[in-house]
Design a protein around this ligand. Sequence first.
Ligand code: ATP
Ligand code: MG
Length: 324
Amino acid sequence: MRRDDLTALTERFPGVVDFYGMITTAPSMIEFFERVRRVARTDASVLVRGETGTGKDLVARAIHALSPRAGGPFQAVNCALLTGDLLASELFGHVRGSFTGAVRDRTGVFALADKGTLFLDEIAEIPIEVQARLLRVLQEGRFVPVGGTEPVQVDVRLVSATHEALRLRVEQGRFREDLMYRVRVVPMFLPRLADRVGDVEVLTWWFILQQNAFGLRVVDKVHPAVRAALVGYDWPGNVRELRNVIEHAFAIGEGSTLTLDDLPPELRGVQPQRRPSDGPDELPDRELIVEALRKTGGRKAEAAALLGTSRSTLWRKMRELGLR
Ligand SMILES: Nc1ncnc2c1ncn2[C@@H]1O[C@H](COP(=O)(O)OP(=O)(O)OP(=O)(O)O)[C@@H](O)[C@H]1O
Ligand SMILES: [Mg+2]
């Protein structure tokens, strides 16, 4: 199915490249993939930087798949999802009885990733108290499980990802400078979707072909107004947002042409309805946000429109409230 989609896509866009699930025609991306190939051959710690939805996850997996460690394990941890103690135990494991709830020994991902690759996603969020431990294992290749005494030796290649500059975190005193140098031996920047000329159209068709394969609606034309709206949009959620927009179009629209009516409001240039009490900078509260996200199936762009606020405000507010 995927192969067929790719063949159909190549008919429309002859220069299209599929690099470990990343579809593109943009020279900046093709250059990026070349760098991935080269760095993958080494054991250097890579820091993948890029806005949300640009493909950091796919890059981390590609690095592993292209590396001499490909036959070994690939382990991934999101550093933003766990608090200090739990993250330390996730990374390094713990011994039974080392804290309440530690009813048996647990192997951490550093041990599980031995001879393979460990992907630390959202590394900027790693609690400061875990950073010293992480630094130590990167320097010495050894760590002691939480509550343990015996060091464990591991051979792990580290790939990390962040959507914000670690330097900024260092300046705020929230990230150790020595750790920053360890994790970003090779920094790699993924370009925003809006900056990759041509990719909006290529990926639009890529996702259309995937949706067509379900057979509920088959689209073979994109209205010029839709094309203009898609190309002119800023794509803060990058490729993930574009995929969601196409899914949205297939969920609510019908017929063989993708029309403006199929698009979510922010792409149609429709002004969201404000509740009368809302000032321009007034932020919606938690309940309203959760409700809006529930109604829109978790689509932030639509939820923001429902709430009558901008997406950036909604994202900021969700972050403040710890909503994901
Ligand atoms: N170039 C691409 N071609 C096809 N699909 C892509 C491409 N880039 C990203 N995607 C898809 O977009 C979605 C988001 O990608 P991914 O999870 O790798 O982004 P991310 O940078 O890790 O985002 P976040 O910072 O939110 O974790 C995934 O479904 C992925 O398959
Ligand atoms: Mg990711």
